[in-house]
Design a protein around this ligand. Structure first.
Ligand SMILES: [Zn+2]
Length: 119
């Protein structure tokens, strides 16, 4: 079970499985934060403490909440506002580098076509 922490350790995340793929997205926020997201059901992700001590950011249609550690500012994850939406993103940059070494990085065109650029 891969464990992730922000730089200061205030946000600790466990995910059920190591990702086979992570997403490098060029949308207006991802290209600025530099995250490499892996996607899970919220049921596969555990925060300690819960809920995590994060500041949040939303824009546009405000359907997704972007979280960053309140203390050190690391971008940790995004979650859906709608609790029925069974998907969230976890920033694998916070995992042990070995986890990323083993994952394929997919380039996603979130800015425009909403398709992977590498297929
Ligand atoms: Zn932190």
């Amino acid at each position: 079970m891969p464990e992730l922490t922000c730089h200061c350790g205030a946000v600790h995340i466990e995910v059920e499985t190591a990702p086979a793929e992570v997403t490098s997205c060029n949308c207006s926020i991802c290209r600025r934060t530099g995250t490499l997201m892996a996607y899970y059901s919220p049921r596969q992700v555990r925060f300690t403490p819960a809920p995590p001590q994060t500041d949040t950011y939303m824009w546009g249609d405000k359907s997704i909440v972007f979280h960053r550690c309140k203390v050190c500012g690391c971008h940790t994850h995004w979650s859906a506002v709608d609790p029925a939406y069974d998907r969230m993103g976890v920033n694998m940059r916070l995992a042990d580098p070995d986890v990323l070494t083993k994952a394929r990085v997919r380039r996603f065109d979130g800015a425009d076509t909403w398709k992977f650029l590498d297929e």
